[in-house]
Write a protein of this length. Structure first.
Length: 133
């Protein structure tokens, strides 16, 4: 079970809404399956329905996380018009088999639609999420 603080969920949703109609992307850090910090990233592919975290931002973040003794726990992105499920591109371009992939769909009627998956060898496995205050 992956543990996510509600304020971070709210930040992810806000980030997704600000970026639409493009996808947003960000990294969540912490330890094990406990998310502690939110790191929004610039989508280097902002003119498309895909995402790529800005490489220079990502390198700097990874350096900062190492210095703080934290690790990448999850990678999040949005689907502005599609369900909160991995697309074929998501499955093909997942490079962190130990990370949680969080997908937020904005194709909803005012309710949170966020799902988490681990993705290994192109196969997505749904994960249980716990959101706490």
């Amino acid at each position: 079970m992956w543990d996510i603080p509600r304020p971070i969920v709210n930040q992810i949703l806000s980030h997704a809404m600000r970026c639409q109609p493009e996808e947003c992307v960000g990294i969540l850090s912490g330890q094990g399956k406990e998310i502690r910090h939110w790191h929004p990233m610039t989508n280097a592919l902002a003119d498309s329905r895909r995402f790529l975290a800005d490489p220079s931002e990502q390198i700097q973040l990874f350096k900062n996380l190492r210095e703080k003794g934290e690790e990448v726990v999850a990678i999040y992105h949005s689907h502005p018009t599609e369900p909160a499920e991995p697309s074929a591109v998501d499955l093909d371009q997942s490079h962190y088999p130990d990370a949680l992939y969080l997908i937020v769909s904005l194709a909803t009627d005012g309710r949170l639609d966020m799902n988490g998956y681990t993705i290994k060898d192109g196969t997505a496995t749904p994960q249980e999420l716990t959101i706490h205050d």
